[in-house]
Design a binder for this molecule. Structure first.
Ligand code: C5P
Length: 137
């Protein structure tokens, strides 16, 4: 943690939950920051973009699925100071989508029971969200 002003970066992420109550996590690919760690899928909100529109766009680009905005509910925020920026990341719960989930940009995908999420190493921003998710599901 530092007192120096850091730019705030807004990233939106989704906890996709399937009919069996499993949650989708995605492994960051080689060549990206935090490669090999398992994250909740999502990405940066572009300037002027609505966060929900950004999440719908990212889920389509990364996973090939279509999500209706009415099916997205933010339920917890991650707030984490990385070395060069402060990440603010709402996690949206999403139980309905259309299309098959495929890894277009990630190294791997996993559907994981909430109690087993801690078995997967996550970025420091994502890891604290697991307890909230476990309580909710
Ligand atoms: O995915 P992308 O590299 O565009 O995300 C920007 C940064 O946001 C990452 O380098 C990482 O530090 C952070 N991030 C995160 N958890 C996520 C998504 C992104 O900590 N689920």
């Amino acid at each position: 943690m530092t007192d120096a002003p850091l730019p705030v970066v807004l990233v939106v992420a989704a906890a996709l939950v399937d009919v069996d109550g499993r949650v989708l996590i995605a492994k960051r690919p080689e060549g990206k920051a935090l490669a090999g760690l398992w994250e909740f899928p999502g990405g940066k909100v572009e300037p002027g973009e609505r966060p929900e529109a950004a999440l719908i766009r990212e889920l389509n680009e990364e996973l090939g699925i279509d999500v209706q905005e009415a099916c997205l509910a933010p339920f917890v925020f991650a707030s984490h100071a990385y070395e060069s920026f402060h990440l603010l990341m709402p996690l949206y719960l999403c139980r309905r989508w259309s299309g098959l989930v495929v890894a277009r940009e990630h190294a791997a995908l996993a559907w994981v029971r909430p109690n087993a999420l801690t078995d997967y190493p996550m970025p420091p921003a994502d890891a604290p969200l697991v307890a909230w998710l476990r309580d909710l599901l």
